[in-house]
Design a protein around this ligand. Structure first.
Ligand code: SAH
Ligand code: SF4
Length: 411
């Protein structure tokens, strides 16, 4: 593929007015997303999974079996604060009710099909869900302190096909449900034994969540929102919205809603500062071009100097890593409370790009830094187990294909 810089002077198409991104468009996105809904939360034996239900839904289900609303709080505490998966462990609930609950419900977890720990302690989980579909979750411990980030997947595969991303080669199989999204975090906590949920400022090993795994979270907004509300609930997992970052390739109509409803941090996968190049690298740019994306960042409600928007910029050798690109980047984001995360390209089998050289990375970072933006270079973690950014991909879709079509495989 040839990606040469263009010679014309206007690199970014004019922005349409924000009003053009109407509620209709949001409804269209939500309706499309519903077509890829996860399977029902009811097991073949008729029992229902309680994980992933909102408090209101849990109350409704308990009322249906003749239980009082205060039971919601009790169960919520056992499920999300204590991490209990077995009703017989719920000691504040009398034995007959424990049995009644166990007959009708389960507290589920995704099954860890494989768990790999990298030389650098990064741990990758391949989770298998009830219908056999799979997604990956990665825990990235901080090297210096006892804390770390859990990188969570939002979809099995992805509809978008960013040319540098392994997940993008998979296509979209389906959305993950709220239970599967919360379940990834809870199962990762099981693996480190971090229960009960630490309260307040008590240090946590699994201290932040980044929605940067497989899939585009804003194309699965309703399940993501439901899951994040459960995770942020102070009587359960109790993780602050300041410790959650959602990464998007730029689904603008849903960015507005995410900021208003969830108030979590935002990361934008920018990767290019000219529309012609971004159209190639992040094809969604043809629909939501750079100027509109930047305008949406400027109005993102949860951004402030204390809570900056992260612009992610994957450094591709000779493609988007020139000093002119760095200067244009600085111009584009000027005035936004922002930091720039420079991501060295992580190769995967069959990928067609090369990572930028260290010298070019440093030159680029220096220009961004001189303009007053923090510009950390994200050191790849877990590359040896293909757990680094953009390397995640599952085999799920392969099983659905009838022919033995050539495919890129996870090693
Ligand atoms: N779909 C969302 C979130 C998942 S991708 C998004 O695109 O933002 C998470 C991050 O990994 C994005 O910034 C993405 O651009 C980056 N990424 C994808 N492929 C990569 C690769 N091969 N090397 C390094 N980073 C990559
Ligand atoms: Fe999807 Fe993000 Fe990968 Fe693009 S970078 S294909 S949006 S997961």
């Amino acid at each position: 593929m040839s990606i040469a810089p263009p010679l014309y002077a206007r690199p970014v198409r004019e922005a349409a007015s924000a009003a053009a991104l109407t509620d209709d468009e949001r409804s269209r996105i939500l309706a499309k997303s519903a077509q890829f809904a996860p399977p029902s939360a009811v097991l073949p034996d008729g029992r229902r999974d309680l994980v992933g239900l909102s408090r209101a839904e849990l109350t409704e289900i308990l009322t249906e079996i003749g239980e009082k609303p205060f039971r919601t709080k009790q169960l919520w505490h056992w499920i999300y604060h204590q991490g209990a998966t077995d009703f017989s462990r719920m000691s504040s609930i009398a034995r007959p009710l424990q049995e009644k609950l166990a007959e009708r419900f389960v507290v589920g977890r995704p099954q860890a099909a494989t768990v790999q720990t990298s030389r650098d302690e990064t741990r990758k989980f391949l989770f298998r869900f009830r219908d056999g579909q799979e997604a990956e979750t990665v825990y990235i411990p901080d090297r210096r302190e006892d804390r770390g980030a859990v990188c969570i997947s939002s979809q099995v595969g992805c509809t978008l096909s960013c040319t540098f991303c392994h997940t993008g080669t998979q296509g979209l199989v389906r959305n993950l449900g709220a239970a599967e999204i919360v379940g990834q975090f809870m199962a990762a906590r099981d693996s480190y034994g971090e229960w009960p949920s630490p309260k307040g400022e008590t240090p946590r090993l699994l201290s932040t969540i980044v929605l940067m795994g497989m899939g585009e979270p804003l194309y699965n907004y309703e399940n993501i929102a439901k899951a994040m509300k459960i995770i942020m609930d102070g009587e359960g997992i109790g993780l602050s919205r300041r410790r959650i970052t959602l990464s998007t390739s730029g689904v603008i109509p849903m960015m507005d809603q995410c900021g208003e409803e969830l108030g979590i941090n935002l990361a934008i996968s920018l990767h290019a500062v000219r529309d012609d190049l971004r159209d190639e690298l992040v094809p969604l740019n043809r629909k939501y071009p750079i100027a509109e994306l930047i305008a949406a960042c400027r109005r993102y409600p949860a951004a402030s100097n204390a809570r900056r928007i992260t612009f992610e910029y994957i450094m591709l050798r000779g493609v988007n890593d020139s000093e002119a690109d760095a200067r244009e980047l600085v111009r584009l984001i000027s005035g936004i409370p922002a930091k720039v995360n420079l991501i060295p390209f992580n190769p995967w089998p069959g990928s067609r790009f090369q990572p930028s050289t260290r010298e070019q990375l440093d030159r680029f970072a220096a220009i961004v830094m001189d303009a007053g933006f923090a510009s950390p270079i994200r050191m790849p973690r877990g590359r040896d187990i293909l757990a680094a950014c953009g390397q995640l991909r599952t085999e799920s879709q392969r099983a659905r294909r009838s022919s033995g079509a050539p495919d890129v495989q996870k090693t």
